[in-house]
Design a protein around this ligand. Structure first.
Ligand SMILES: Nc1ncnc2c1ncn2[C@@H]1O[C@H](COP(=O)(O)OP(=O)(O)OP(=O)(O)O)[C@@H](O)[C@H]1O
Ligand SMILES: [Mg+2]
Length: 277
């Protein structure tokens, strides 16, 4: 169980995340949605301790992670792997080495610098790449892969560190619909098959609805919706995005995972009730 208790983050006078209290049981697949600036990335970054909380407490399995230091902090950061919109691979390094770098916390600096890895680790990295359908690229440099392939390598790197939680910050925002679908499917498979908790920020509503069992909607740093995909009514979406943002949230943006549908024209909010769930 991951627990956020009255968590707030300020940047100067700006309140990026405002008094958020949520509990995420182990194994849940959660989508965090909200307009630009709502606080989604700040929320994930605080969980992983890329940034500190200003107030409140974050606990995992009963341990307060907001105050961890040194090795214990590094252990926590290994337990909750981050996936980013821009993949964050080492572009000039081969794919399998990128995946092996997921184990950095458990290795000596020297072995890492010389890029020497135990055979069993290399085999495990290749197995994970196979599972994600990108093993044929294992020897290529990361830069030679498409965006969708690179994101799957980033997921493989995350799995290599045997995380308990995967935090994904708009993992499909740079991908075309087909690759977006493959990447979301991979995250869902990992969630279901391995029981790893997945918390992912997403830009479009339809993706959150399709892949996530729970959706948290943020607006100006606050949680304004927390429920299942079926509960995400137009009124709830209006609370999250505001009337002006609604049409964009529903539109078939490039980040959408809706495939096979003709590109829908952007609709005014008044017509959105007619949209399929
Ligand atoms: N390092 C920072 N310094 C100052 N302000 C910041 C910083 N990081 C975030 N903010 C502010 O905090 C608020 C929330 O930002 P955040 O990046 O969490 O939003 P978001 O929901 O992830 O937005 P997007 O959809 O654009 O990624 C914004 O107003 C942003 O400008
Ligand atoms: Mg963000």
């Amino acid at each position: 169980m991951l627990q956020l208790d009255k968590v707030t983050r300020r940047f100067g006078t700006k309140v990026a995340v405002d008094n958020v209290t949520i509990e995420v049981p182990e194994g849940q697949m959660v989508g965090v949605i909200g307009a630009s600036g709502a606080g989604k990335s700040t929320l994930l970054r605080m969980i992983n301790r890329l940034i500190d909380t200003t107030e409140g407490e974050i606990a995992f399995a009963g341990t307060n992670v907001s105050t961890l230091k040194g090795q214990k902090l590094r252990n926590w950061q290994r337990d909750c792997a981050m996936i980013f919109q821009q993949f964050n691979l080492v572009q000039r390094l081969d794919v399998v080495s990128n995946v092996l770098h997921g184990m950095l916390n458990g290795r000596s600096t020297l072995a890492t610098v010389f890029n020497v890895w135990p055979r069993q680790d290399i085999e495990r990295a290749v197995e994970i790449l196979e599972r994600l359908g990108v093993a044929e690229n294992a020897a290529k440099r990361a830069e030679a892969l498409s965006g969708g392939q690179q994101q799957r390598v980033a997921i493989a790197r995350a799995l290599m560190q045997q995380p308990k939680v995967i935090l994904a910050d708009e993992p499909i925002a740079s991908l075309d619909p087909r690759n977006a679908q493959i990447v979301m499917q991979a995250l869902r498979d990992i969630n279901r098959d391995d029981g790893i908790t997945v918390i992912t920020n997403l830009h479009t509503l339809d993706t959150a609805r399709t892949y996530c069992e729970r959706i948290i909607g943020m607006q100006a740093g606050k949680v304004v919706f927390d429920g299942g995909p079926d509960e995400l009514t137009e009124a709830a979406a209006r609370d999250i995005y505001g009337a002006d943002g609604l049409a964009e949230a529903f539109s078939e943006a490039t980040t959408s995972t809706s495939l096979g549908l003709p590109q829908r024209p952007r609709k005014p909010a008044s017509e959105l009730e007619a949209m399929p769930a």
